[in-house]
Structures are given as C-alpha cells and as structure tokens.
Design a protein around this ligand. Structure first.
Ligand code: AMP
Length: 121
C-alpha cells in the first residue's frame, strides 16, 4: 500500500466511527453499512450513510461494489421514510476535491426537512 493511502486510512474519521473509537449518533447499522447524524447539519435532517468497506471516493468504486452501492440507496430510502421525509429529500455524494469531499470514505448525505434549492452551488 502506498504511503499516501496509509495516511488516508489513518485520517479516516468514519472508519473510527465504524470501529466505535469515536462517538456518533447512529441511526442505522447492518453488516454492510452504518448511518449517523452529520455533526454539522445542513438541514433539519442530515444523515450520512457509509459503507463499512473502505472505498475512499466514488471514483474508486469497482464492479464488485455495484450491489453495495444499491444497498446504500435502499437504506437511504428506508431512513427517509423513518425520518419523516415524505415531502422529499436530497441525496448528495461529493467526489474528491472539486466537489468538496472532506472525508476519504465514500458517503451519501441524506438531507431533508426544508425546501432545497437548485443549482446546489
Ligand atoms: P463531505 O464534505 O462530503 O466529505 O462530507 C463530510 C461530512 O462529514 C461533513 O458534512 C461533516 O460535517 C461530516 N462529519 C465530519 N466529521 C464527523 C463526525 N465525527 N461525525 C459526524 N459527521 C461528521
């Protein structure tokens, strides 16, 4: 493994949440993923859905991850229902620097509870 990759793994705060090394307000967990409230919410509901498998960015997904990605979306739909987002919600996935990705562990943002605007900026 390259030195940069090792550094990225060590900086991966979401891996620490999966391993319960740091706390989070967890709303869902199964064998493949974890969902918890964002620490800096951008909407009344702002939950992050992450795979337990470390995939640094969306650009790193492989064919073997297709089912896992579908699973994350299925969990997002279940959580949206449970969290009362019948009027609608937004899913955001930031990929790499220009999109503003700040944590090197693929994650879906589930945002809702207010009117969303477009373009997102
Ligand atoms: P992104 O900018 O798409 O990489 O999103 C990373 C998200 O992780 C941001 O919305 C942060 O507020 C959130 N975040 C960072 N650290 C934590 C943490 N310890 N617990 C919950 N959310 C976090």
């Amino acid at each position: 493994m390259a030195r940069e990759e090792i550094a990225m793994m060590q900086d991966n705060i979401f891996l620490k949440i999966i391993e319960r090394k740091i706390p989070a307000r967890i709303v869902y967990e199964d064998d493949h993923c974890l969902a918890f409230h964002d620490i800096n919410p951008q909407a009344p509901v702002h939950v992050l859905i992450i795979p337990k498998k470390v995939i640094p960015t969306h650009a790193d997904i492989t064919e073997a991850d297709k089912e896992l990605l579908g699973h994350l979306h299925w969990v997002a739909a279940q959580l949206a229902r449970q969290l009362g987002l019948e009027k609608g919600y937004r899913l955001v996935l930031n990929c790499r620097e220009q999109a503003g990705q700040s944590v090197p562990h693929l994650h879906l943002h589930l945002l809702g509870g207010r009117q969303m605007h477009w373009p997102p900026g």
